[in-house]
Every structure is written in C-alpha cells, then in structure tokens.
Write a protein that binds this ligand. Structure first.
Ligand code: OFO
Length: 181
C-alpha cells in the first residue's frame, strides 16, 4: 500500500520548483492565519470585540487559502509540506491599532509578491494549469489589499477620536465576508 503511494508520487505532473514554491506559499498562508488569530486575541483583550471578530474571520480565510493549495498539490500527486511550527515573528508588537493594520497590509503585499513569483515560474516552466489556479489568489489578494487600505484610511481620519474608533469597531464586527473563500 505504502509502496503504491510512493510510486504514485513520482508521477507528479508539477515541476519540482513549482511544488517547492507552492509549499512556501502554504507557509505564508499559515503564518498569515496565525498572525491574524493572534491579532484577534489582542483586540479582544483590549476591548475591541468588533475588530477581534474581523481578524478571526481573516484568520479563517487564510487557513482556507492554505488548504486550497494543499488540495491542489494532492490533486497533482505532489506532497504538501505542513509548516512545522507557527513562527510568530511579530508577537512582540505593541498594541497600536493603526500600525497593526499597516503591518497586516504589509503582510498581504508580501503574499502578493510571492504569488507573482510563483506565476513567473509557471510561465518559465510552461505550467499553465498552476498559473490558472493561482489567478484566484491574485484576485483575492487585490480585494484583501484594498480592504486593508480602506480601513487604514478610515483609521487615519478618525485618529484618536473615541466615537470614530467605536464606529469602526462596530462595522468591522459585522460579518460582511460572504466571499468565495
Ligand atoms: Fe491568503 O493571503 Fe491574504 O488573503
């Protein structure tokens, strides 16, 4: 049984560099998921339950992105590598609402840059199937970056104004996702 499985893996249709890049993408998505989960806890601890819900939803979305790539690799008889640990490189961040959102946008941009790297490699090795698969992620990233940019703009407008922050917290607590994750 095990032997059969091994032989099956050798028939992977994906280029090995594509498999390796997709596995790095799994790491990034997993990292984003845990980063947002950590923020969800932070915001809740600081009394912003609406923003906490927002980041909990973000965390769940990122986890779905990770599993989408895992499923794709399995479909292609390739081996997904689960991240060994959840490296919280930013867990010492001080609680500053604006900068936590700015860091989130920075992370999203980092993911977009990496997606472009995968697409370039797909073009280089002629892997149109994976290139096509990655298009969903490109559209998703555009939406995510815009979402964070808009929230950052709003946060800049309200500054330290309590009622402005109250409204943003309320709005972000509404589940408006309903997106195709
Ligand atoms: Fe999956 O990286 Fe954001 O959306």
């Amino acid at each position: 049984m095990l032997k059969e499985k091994k032989e099956k893996k050798i028939t992977s249709v994906l280029h090995k560099e594509i498999v390796s890049l997709l596995n790095e993408q799994i790491w990034l998505e997993n990292h984003a998921s845990f980063y947002y989960l950590n923020l969800s806890i932070e915001f809740s601890n600081n009394g912003f339950n609406g923003i906490s819900t927002f980041f909990l939803n973000q965390s769940q979305e990122e986890r779905l992105h990770m599993t989408k790539i895992i499923t794709y690799l399995l479909e292609k008889d390739s081996i997904p590598v689960l991240p060994q640990y959840n490296f919280m490189e930013d867990d010492e961040e001080e609680f500053n609402i604006l900068s936590l959102f700015e860091n989130s946008l920075y992370n999203e941009k980092r993911i977009t840059t990496f997606l472009n790297k995968i697409i370039s490699k797909c073009k280089e090795v002629g892997d149109y199937t994976t290139e096509n698969f990655m298009q969903w992620f490109i559209i998703e990233q555009r939406e995510e970056e815009n979402k964070f940019k808009e929230i950052i703009d709003d946060l800049k407008i309200v500054g330290d104004d309590g009622s402005g922050l109250y409204n943003i917290n309320k709005e972000l607590g509404l589940d408006i996702s309903g997106e195709d994750n």
